[in-house]
Design a protein around this ligand. Structure first.
Ligand code: NAD
Ligand code: UGA
Length: 469
């Protein structure tokens, strides 16, 4: 029986390995992590991450050919294939701080693999890493290897949160990069055989290592660029009376452009888009390509602009001050169907409003009060460096209330900000909300999910991104 071990039981490691275990009953899969609470949660009824369909997959395989463990060394030692799916956040200090990827977790995993291995292994980069990382990993492994043969493959993950299981069941493509040597090609074939259990041959792409590593950064940069492009258009729509939904529908009909990923928003969030683009910018700078770096940096700048534009719109509409006004925030996760708040635009919007002394009442169906308070008290980039966590400031706690539903959040509020597109927000009883709010009652829809005309007829003053005011 082939044995797989995955280091890192996070948003990628957990779901990816659960699906491999489900689709490959002949393979034993162990997911290991240094975080005891995470592994405990994976072994309980309350999984550490919320992802539609995940629980079902885990329940089918856990204890059969899928295991979650903190015994990292034992499982790495026994495995034929070791996936590394640890976090690769943005560096917060030192060379490249604020841009370069922090590979501390990756390097320590690689050193541990070299330390404990007693047989040949295929080591798979599942984490998103800078192009040429495999070369560094190879050096660490081969210089410490005691004669063991390691083959490094790059197999970046393209799943999106909220649809992870769907994406893993039917990936647009699986990408595997390896060395162009016979041993490298043999390793590619071994990994390809794993995916071939359920992914059609034509959807499995094989390339050299550097193309695979760079394709992952390129894919995220292109996706984020589409959002910044449509968000830039939304500002122009507001200034001219065009409607951004009509514009994105019209351009998306062109098959060369395509209709997906053209939804205007308060800004993109999530743990990866910003970090991966900053990483790309850094790589371009290091390779003497400042113009290319600047081109991609604009995608982040427009995203920051979109978030601050939203905050300014709220404050300006509410007579230039939100001081001591209750603002209801509906949605805190970075998108619907996840409880993940990493780099969520809600953090910047809430901090902007708190800066103007608003008092916030926040509701999200999947995010806990603890998480929200922690996010609002942390500095940018601290979220993925748990050791640097700072205590919550008492003033943040006082200005922020986290409540149990949208009606509690909006009661007596002056304004409502919709920051995540949860389905339940589309069917709220807005007449009831209006009746219980201060007047004039404002709605600022950062996800364009409300029926603007209907809300205006009720009496709300409505701002919807990229739509006529
Ligand atoms: P995560 O923070 O949820 O999980 C990473 C896990 O690795 C953590 O549980 C951490 O405790 C563990 N870890 C760190 N160092 C370790 C070590 N030395 N030994 C054992 N465990 C260790 O991160 P994630 O969201 O799963 O992302 C992982 C990687 O995948 C990142 O590079 C990310 O860019 C990439 N990625 C993420 C997504 C996504 O949707 N989240 C999608 C595609 C790619
Ligand atoms: C994204 C990519 O879609 C995945 O392919 C990739 O694997 C992953 O990053 C990663 O490397 O981590 P994810 O961040 O989970 O996945 O979610 P997306 O659906 O891409 O959404 C990202 C952000 O963009 C969200 O805040 C979302 O609300 C926003 N968005 C998305 C828009 O504002 N408009 C859109 O049209 C689409």
């Amino acid at each position: 029986m082939v044995k797989i071990c995955c280091i890192g039981a996070g948003y990628v490691g957990g779901p990816t390995m659960a699906v491999i275990a489900l689709k490959c009953p002949d393979i034993e899969v162990a997911v290991v992590d240094i975080s005891v609470p995470r592994i405990t949660a994976w072994n309980s009824d309350q999984l550490p991450i919320y992802e539609p369909g995940l629980e079902d997959v885990v329940k089918q395989c856990r204890g059969k050919n899928l295991f979650f463990s903190t015994d990292v060394e034992k499982h790495v030692c026994e495995a034929d294939i070791v996936f590394v799916s640890v976090n690769t956040p943005t560096k917060t200090r030192g060379l490249g701080a604020g841009k370069a990827a922090d590979l501390t977790y990756w390097e320590s995993a690689a050193r541990m693999i070299a330390d404990v291995s007693k047989s040949d292994k295929i080591v798979v980069e599942k984490s998103t890493v800078p192009v040429k990382t495999a070369e560094a990993i190879e050096k660490i492994l081969t210089h410490n290897s005691k004669g063991i043969n390691f083959q490094i493959l790059s197999n970046p993950e393209f799943l999106a949160e909220g649809t992870a299981i769907e994406d893993l069941f039917k990936p647009d493509r699986v990408l595997i990069g390896g060395r162009e040597t016979p041993a490298g090609q043999k390793a590619i074939k071994t990994l390809k055989d794993v995916y071939a259990h359920w992914v059609p041959d034509e959807n499995i792409i094989t390339t050299n290592l550097w193309s695979a590593e760079l394709s992952k950064l390129a894919a995220n940069a292109f996706l984020a660029q589409r959002i910044s492009s449509v968000n830039a258009m939304s500002a122009l729509c507001e200034a001219t009376g065009a409607n951004v939904n009509e514009v994105s529908y019209a351009i998306g009909k062109d098959t060369r452009i395509g209709s997906k990923f053209l939804n205007p928003s308060v800004g993109f969030g999530g743990s990866c888009f910003q970090k991966d683009i900053l990483n790309l910018v850094y790589i371009c700078e290091c390779n003497g390509l400042p113009e290319v770096a600047e081109y991609w940096r604009q995608v982040i700048k427009i995203n920051d602009y979109q978030k601050s534009r939203f905050v300014n719109r709220v404050v300006a509409s509410m007579f230039n001050t939100v001081s001591n006004k209750k603002i209801a925030v509906l949605g805190f996760a970075f998108k619907k169907d996840t409880g993940d708040t990493r780099e969520t635009p809600a953090i910047d919007v809430c901090k902007g409003l708190l800066g103007d002394k608003a008092s916030l009442s926040i509701y999200d169906p999947q995010v806990t009060e603890d998480q929200i308070q922690r996010d609002l008290s942390m500095n940018k980039f601290d979220w993925d460096h748990p050791l640097h966590l700072q205590p919550m400031s008492p003033s943040t706690v006082k200005q922020v209330r986290v409540v149990w539903d949208a009606y509690a959040a909006t009661k007596d509020a002056h304004g409502v900000c919709i920051l995540t597109e949860w389905n339940e927000f589309k069917t709220l009883d807005f007449q009831k909300i209006y009746d219980n709010m201060q007047k004039p009652a404002f709605v600022f829809d950062g996800r364009n999910i409300v029926d603007v005309e209907k809300l205006r007829n009720i009496g709300f003053i409505v701002y919807s991104i990229g739509k006529p005011l």
